[in-house]
Design a protein around this ligand. Structure first.
Ligand code: PMP
Length: 379
């Protein structure tokens, strides 16, 4: 099987799994327990947090909160920060490009909790419009949230340009969903207030997430209980998850340059191949992250294409696994001005650390067969 759906999830790296199993077997203690074993677990937990700060080169040590994934991290951060700022700065800025774990949260805050929600415009290359952001900023904005790399098209957002705009507004908290970015591009996290990550997107485990924040005390807890993790994420800390997350992050950071090069070459090969098939369009911008390439077959249904590839043992996705079942036109592609026909016939190919040249060669071969099957439908 050729797996080209790595933006949905990746295969766990054996070193991460081993570390998870090992800590489960040897250090299963609760870091909150007052005895020797508990203290040992607590030391390991703190060490894991320091190592994450080091791996991500975060200056001034950020607070690290272990969660079950980026959906939880985004919920804790966005709700928790918004609630703290409700009386002083109740405007939130985002864009329609965000993952549902951000968009649905800010929509909820606007519809049910009375926050004012503004969407920054999107340019045809899929980046947010910095000039428009400047024009909608004001003293009442308390939260700006923007993803680093889009999960459907792969475009990279100008995070440092956003940081620059926000410098004039010291009350604003800037949250970044970096789920699809870590390990694939070099991150510049200077000036970011909080960051979400999900281990299973970079060969970690499912159910392994992180919320990294300048100070957890700015977050109003939405989960109440024993007060673990700065009181922001109560519940017994999953130490084996935490320790194996360090492994996953270290692997991802160490491999970034090499992986970037490898996937850039694969992406280039796919682009060149697609261009030789009349009627097939590349939706992703030229300077997208190397692992994601979105392709449109106007006139053909995305599901038909995914099934055709699937029958050939190649796993690709329509738009994204999270929204492909909802059956509505994808907002990200719409925002980039792509035609309805092209959106309906779009597939996402997403590569990862375990993708090989052989996979790409097979993909190219099967692509030709599938093209022959559907070319009459292309409009
Ligand atoms: N943000 C982005 C950009 C994502 O791609 C995903 C996963 N599709 C998430 C957040 C949510 O991550 P998880 O499903 O691991 O909670």
């Amino acid at each position: 099987m050729i797996y080209l759906d790595n933006a949905a999830t990746t295969k766990v790296d054996p070193s991460v799994l081993n570390s998870f199993v090992k800590v489960n077997e040897t250090l299963y203690y609760n870091p909150n327990s007052p005895h020797q074993a508990g203290l040992q677990a607590e030391r390991l937990l703190q060490q894991a947090k320091e190592q994450i700060n080091q791996a991500l080169r975060l200056k001034n040590a950020y607070d690290i909160i272990f969660t079950s994934g980026a959906t939880e991290s985004n919920n804790i951060a966005l709700k928790g920060i918004a609630y703290r700022k409700k009386d002083t700065a109740n405007e939130i800025i985002t864009s329609v490009l965000e993952h549902p774990s951000v968009l649905e949260v800010v929509r909820y805050l606007a519809e049910k909790e009375g926050f004012v929600l503004k969407y920054v415009n999107v340019k045809s290359n899929g980046q947010i419009d910095i000039e428009h952001l400047k024009s909608i900023m004001n003293e009442r904005v308390g939260l700006v949230t923007c993803m680093y790399v889009n999960n459907i098209m792969g475009q990279i957002q100008p995070i440092q340009q956003i940081v620059n705009v926000l410098k004039d507004y010291p009350k604003v908290h800037f949250h970044v969903d970096a789920v699809q970015a870590l390990g694939k591009i070099l991150l510049d996290l200077e000036g970011i207030d909080s960051l979400s990550l999900s281990g299973h997107k970079f060969n970690g485990l499912k159910g392994q997430g992180l919320l990294i924040t300048r100070t957890a005390h700015n977050i109003e807890p939405i989960i109440h209980g024993g007060g673990q993790e700065f009181g922001v994420r109560s519940g017994t800390v999953n130490l084996p998850m935490a320790v194996s997350m360090v492994k996953a992050i270290n692997n991802a950071v160490k491999q970034t340059d090499e992986l970037h090069q490898k996937l850039t070459s694969y992406q280039q090969q796919i682009r060149e191949m697609v261009q030789s098939y009349p009627g097939v369009k590349i939706n992703s911008p030229k300077d997208a992250a190397p692992q994601i390439i979105n392709i449109g077959f106007p006139g053909v249904k995305g599901e038909v294409l995914v099934n055709a590839f699937s029958k050939q043992d190649i796993m690709v996705s329509t738009t994204s696994a999270c929204s492909s079942k909802r059956g509505k036109l994808n907002e990200v592609l719409l925002a980039m001005g792509i035609s309805e026909k092209q959106i309906e016939g779009s597939i996402r190919i997403s590569m990862g650390q375990m993708t090989t040249q052989k996979d790409i060669d097979s993909f190219k071969e099967k692509f030709e067969m599938i093209y022959e099957e559907v070319k009459e439908l292309l409009k």
